[in-house]
Ligand binder design. Structure first.
Ligand code: COA
Length: 424
């Protein structure tokens, strides 16, 4: 039995943010029914295509364990089918542009009338206010959520990060909201609306930068390396390069091979508790007692010099040797792993964090598995559905359309061309 077994999710999501959320629900055991426009489907199916005539990795990696029904929600019969799906499902998840669902005739008020137990979960770029009608993609959210202004180097432009904190980050937030609403429904019997704005989710993840914004009133941020470099602080939380975001100073340092390998680097944290071990490892035992170095606050104006000295040591070791030496000493370090290295790490395949998936159109591909491990509800990653692969089975098994009634729906053009399941 899976944790969310018995929960039906009407998945009206597309691109990345919403699909991230519904993929998690599917991995937790919900029956996720992805509604897609006939003949077109989720736009990502045909974006960044690497294998001709096959669903893209963009789509397959975000839509595992789901079923797909083609349905034109603007066609009258399509609306009838959608209404019955809303009646049958526990959760509806959508991330259309603002107002799109209302324009289809499925406002929250109407949805509540159809199914008062339904939890309706929405992702929009912004919450209520001046930008509420905007369409938003990942990097817009990273910029508007405060992340970009605090990422990058002090002397460079704002930077977006490779982690999709706007899309996947918001999907994660929404997933938590949905499960919480399901929990509350156990007591109240009522559904509710769950809303996540991408700006809000990014800001939540950039919370410590808002902490620093307020600390600026009390003086310079002494753990930022610009403090030791004598560069004055302005009015807003500055970009901190690779400085640690917490109370233990850290930085990215070159390792052996850095001249040719762009990822021959390690993150190195000089946690106060292990300072003496750091001094011994890097061949600076005198810093253990020397004034200006022995105590954490004394070191704050010398972080650039200290990390440059540590780097002279890390440059003599590979990033993995640094890890092997420092880990037993409790010195927190982290190798900069490339996606190539991660994709070849059998340890991650053993835990299900990385998975190999077979697909009828594209053959085997790699994916990231479920990052949340439930001991009583392990996630079995199954390939993403082909467009409309489950249309008939959803119409008949979930909604009870049979015989002439089923033929009527198919003939209406609302559900696209009926396909036969591919040979696996
Ligand atoms: N049948 C018929 N029409 C359908 C349909 C279906 N099954 N599924 C979608 N549509 C229609 C919508 O109703 C909408 O029509 P309308 O504009 O006439 O109301 C249209 O398709 C396009 O939907 P929209 O959401 O506007 O897509 P888009 O490609 O123009 O915009 C986003 C994409 C992501 C910018 C936008 O959806 C958005 O801002 N979403 C919220 C924020 C978000 O999640 N962004 C991150 C995405 S990773």
């Amino acid at each position: 039995m899976k944790a969310l077994e018995g929960i039906k999710v009407l998945d009206f999501t597309h691109v990345q943010s919403g699909p991230t959320c519904t993929q998690l629900l599917a991995w937790f055991g919900a029956d996720v029914i992805k509604v897609e426009r006939p003949g077109v489907g989720d736009a990502t199916r045909k974006q960044l295509v690497d294998v001709p005539n096959a669903d893209s990795l963009y789509f397959t990696m975000l839509n595992h364990n789901k079923r797909s029904i083609e349905l034109d929600s603007k066609n009258e019969t399509g609306k009838e089918v959608l209404t019955r799906l809303i009646g049958e499902c526990d959760v509806l998840v959508e991330n259309f542009a603002p107002g799109a669902l209302d324009r289809m005739g499925f406002s929250w008020e109407n949805i509540q009338k159809i199914n008062p137990r339904l939890i309706m979960a929405s992702i929009k770029g912004f919450g209520p206010g001046k930008y509420q009608d905007c369409k938003v993609y990942e990097n817009v959210a990273q910029c508007a959520g405060g992340s970009a202004s605090t990422t990058g180097f002090l002397d460079g432009p704002p930077l977006v990060t490779g982690a999709q904190i706007g899309d996947s980050g918001t999907g994660l937030h929404l997933c938590l909201g949905i499960v919480t609403a399901l929990f509350q429904r156990e007591k109240t019997g009522r559904g509710q609306k769950v809303s996540c704005a991408m700006q809000d989710s990014v800001l939540n993840l950039a919370r410590v930068k808002m902490r620093d914004q307020q600390r600026l009133k009390a003086g310079p941020l002494t753990e930022y390396s610009q403090y030791g470099q004598g560069i004055p602080f302005g009015e807003a939380t500055p970009r901190a390069g690779n400085d640690s975001g917490g109370g233990q100073p850290g930085s990215i340092l070159k390792c052996k091979g850095w001249e040719t390998d762009p990822n021959a680097y390690t993150y190195f944290i000089i946690q106060a508790a292990v300072w003496e071990k750091v001094c011994d490892v890097i061949g600076k035992p005198e810093w253990k007692t020397e004034k200006g170095y022995a105590k954490p606050p004394e070191r704050l104006d010398k972080l650039t010099e200290i990390f440059a000295t540590i780097e002279e040591w890390t440059k003599t070791k590979t990033k993995f040797e640094v890890m092997d030496i420092c880990n037993p000493l409790d010195i927190p370090v982290g190798p900069i792993l490339s996606m190539k290295e991660i994709s070849e790490d059998e340890g991650l395949f053993a835990t299900g964090t990385m998975v190999r998936v077979d697909h009828p159109e594209r053959g085997e591909y790699l994916s990231v598995g479920c990052p949340v491990k439930l001991s009583d509800s392990p996630a079995d990653v199954k390939r993403s559905p082909l467009l409309g692969e489950h249309t008939t089975e959803i119409l008949s098994d979930v909604l009870g359309y049979t015989g002439d009634d089923l033929a009527r729906v198919i003939a209406s053009g609302a559900v696209g061309k009926i396909k036969t399941a591919p040979a696996e």
